[in-house]
Design a protein around this ligand. Sequence first.
Ligand SMILES: Cc1ncc(COP(=O)(O)O)c(C=O)c1O
Length: 384
Amino acid sequence: MVQSPIIPVVGELIRSHPGVISLGQGVVSYPPPRQAFDQIAEFLADPELHKYQAVYGVPRLLELIEAKLRDENGIDLKRADQRGRVVVTAGGNMAFVNALLAVADAGDEIILQTPYYFNHEMAITMANCRATLVPTDENYQLRPDLIASAITDRTRAVVTVSPNNPTGAVYSESSLREVNEICRARGVYHINDEAYEYFTYGGAKHFSPGSIGGSGEHTISLYSLSKAYGFASWRVGWMVFPEHLFKAVNKIQDTILICPPVVSQFAAAGAMRVGAGYCRAQVERLASVREKVMSELAALGDCVVVPPADGAFYFFLKLDTEMKPLALVERLIKDHGVAAIPGNAFGMENGCYLRVAYGALRPETVAEGVGRLARGIGIITGKR
Ligand SMILES: Cc1ncc(COP(=O)(O)O)c(C=O)c1O
């Protein structure tokens, strides 16, 4: 059975308890750059643009994406050993569904790392495929040895998400290279979700496996404007994938979407012309929010384990309690005025885990929200 999406469940609890500070949904607090909206006048000036446009995206956006991939990610679509295609999608989630439907049939297996991003697992179940769950290590880092031994004749793809939702872990270049090589050698696809590519802190560096020479035939890279440019409701992302999957992806997208909303693609082009600097300035601000969250959580001592999280805007806590995570979240909301997401939504069934998201917090709210969380956890676990 497909699990119910957890965000609306927690959202409903938050709405029925006014004043709750949400460390729940993975969104950013900032809007798109103004230049994104300037493009809308251009869109409106051409009545032809109200008609369906190309399945794979409008030329002005595709050109910007190709240049960005080359300059920032080291993915040169024109190089023989990286040759691939780009299709603009209605967000990163849709890019994942396109990839899944293009590479797998009912009954096939897709390898996810736990904790996983719940919409990936839900999509796999909806497609009548099977998610093979491979644990990460105690710091939520990849275990290439376990990934290799989980591959069977039915495996079609290995999915990695870096920087990671829900853990904030950033996978090293070497571990991503290792997984990519396992996929090449075993004849399965490597799907890498890079929605949080700009969100790294300290010395952590984002790496795109699509840049590896010779990876173009088996690597699918997924991107999103939702976080980077505050674009969540505009629904724009894209996928980079091997040429030989183009027909399949085209069929899938034509059936589900026909074409990505053109007004959103124009706005996206405006945002991407501003470029990564827009997001990087926000990440600098988020870095200090992250420091505050870390120091509050550290003060809780040994009732909560907080593995390193050098990316995205999440921490994934392990709590020393027998309580069920949803019951814990309910108590946090009702008694302590703060919300987080229960860890079982990310496939962590043994133990009590919580995902804490700080991307939407303003500095003035962060101290209060995380203070409430720390107090609440201390009281509920009986450690304070
Ligand atoms: C890893 C990951 N991929 C994809 C998405 C969805 O992005 P989009 O809004 O582009 O569909 C999210 C959103 O939280 C995410 O965390």
